[in-house]
Design a binder for this molecule. Structure first.
Ligand code: DI6
Ligand code: FE
Length: 418
């Protein structure tokens, strides 16, 4: 959006010779060809056509970045990840290729529970190192904000350990890390046959500890036949609200458990997965303003055939975010761009929708659209700079990384990995 050039006397940086995809409108790239962005104190203070910059702008800026015709978009936002974990599940991948299903492996004590063992045995340092590597890989692909869930600890100490690692990443690495408490991800083996007792533990011990340390902004639950029932989910949501935490839900991934309607009833920020979303569920999401988060990596990796009802989501005007779901069991990826490609090829999103899914609508899914997700005056100067000729190229490629530079609050980030 071109603003009247109200220009501070001195500014930190000018970003010139770029084409901008502002993502400011819900259904379009918001393109400004030959655009310029002015940054001061980590925020965008001016954005528009370069030709409209004040004539003496250069003299008043500490730094000038000339981008040589590259494209500049909002920094990518990955609004649903489980990227703090230890170990990997390559063995399980082999088992699935030999015919076992994800649900069968989970019931036999593999699956999520095998990652739980690895996380419980890991120190905070053990957990930090591989998780930070994954976050750096995302950063190299333009990510400036990421949501991270707990849910592989499943006892109070280990859940807190995961969330502290997320907080440490937020402090020590450039991207903003937003933590979500997912104590109700799976039933830990020591509670086999006693799910209500585990839900009691989540509500009476874990949640108060998480809230007391301010370790999470939101509470998530895996509401599914192989995980927690809608009634159990509701108990946890009521407790979350008592602690003034936002809620969100893994809903309708493998079956229609009517999780979306439940999430909507609690004013959830987002309902995620949604392959089995019903018309009633969609109507409830629309009425509540809950974002639909689509996770094409898990759909692909589990070789699912049931797709989320994208046309229905569009008809209802439900904002669609797209995310990596980065996790060792169903979506071992750190690549937003590959997810954008899969969202287009497998779910039928347009490249505009795919990019909005990792910018504007991802910000909405985190309740953070006021300060990120689009390029606009007043927002954080979080950018990705791309060596592409047109924005649809971001979703078009399968692999490869055209990100030239990731910029956090106006500062270009160094490329080296931790
Ligand atoms: N849904 C998923 O796809 C992941 N968690 C969830 O609730 C799977 C997590 C895992 O298998 O480790
Ligand atoms: Fe997930």
């Amino acid at each position: 959006m071109t603003q009247a050039p109200v220009f501070l006397e001195f500014v930190d940086s000018l970003w010139l010779d770029a084409h901008l995809a502002t993502m400011a409108d819900p259904d379009a790239y918001g393109i400004i060809k030959h655009g310029a962005v002015v940054v001061h104190a980590g925020r965008i203070v001016w954005i528009g056509r370069q030709a409209d910059l004040p004539a003496d702008a250069h003299q008043r800026a500490t730094r000038v970045y000339r981008l040589g015709g590259a494209w500049l978009t909002p920094g990518l936002i990955d609004c649903h990840t489980h990227l703090v974990y230890a170990g990997n599940r390559a063995r399980e991948f082999e088992m699935r290729l030999a015919g076992a299903t994800y649900a069968e492996i989970a019931r036999a004590g593999g699956g999520i529970v095998s990652t739980v063992k690895a996380v419980r045995n890991a120190s905070e340092t053990d957990l930090f190192r591989p998780s930070a590597k994954r976050l750096s890989a995302m950063q190299a692909e333009g990510v400036t904000t990421v949501e991270v869930k707990s849910g592989y600890g499943l006892d109070t100490a280990s859940e807190l350990k995961m969330l502290r690692v997320a907080r440490q990443m937020d402090h020590e690495l450039p991207p903003t890390v937003i933590a979500t408490f997912l104590g109700a991800h799976a039933l830990p083996p020591e509670y086999t046959g006693r799910p209500e007792a585990y839900v009691d533990l989540v509500i009476d011990e874990m949640l108060p500890a998480v809230a007391a340390e301010g370790l999470a902004r939101a509470v998530d639950v895996f509401c599914e036949t192989i995980a927690f029932t809608p009634a159990q989910t509701e108990r946890i949501f009521i407790a979350a609200k008592r602690h003034h935490l936002a809620v969100k839900l893994h809903a309708e991934q493998l079956s229609d458990s009517q999780g979306a309607a439940l999430a909507a009833r609690f004013g959830a920020l987002s309902a995620d997965h949604l392959e089995y979303l019903s018309a009633e569920g969609a109507a409830a999401l629309a009425a509540a303003g809950t974002v639909a988060v689509l996770l094409p990596g898990a759909f692909y990796f589990l070789n699912e055939t049931r797709k989320p009802p994208v046309d229905l989501l569009r008809r209802k005007g439900i904002p669609m975010a797209v995310s990596t779901d980065c996790n060792p069991g169903t979506s071992p990826t750190t690549s937003p761009l590959l997810m954008m490609n899969m969202a287009c090829v497998n779910f039928g999103l347009t490249p505009v929708e795919a990019l909005a899914g990792f910018t504007r609508n991802a910000a909405l899914a985190l309740g953070m659209l006021t300060d990120r997700g689009t390029l606009a005056v007043g927002k954080n100067a979080d950018f990705a700079v791309w060596d592409i000729d047109e924005p649809a190229e971001l979703a078009y490629r399968m692999g490869g990384n055209p990100c030239r530079m990731t910029v956090k609050e106006g500062l270009p980030l160094p490329e080296e990995q931790p």
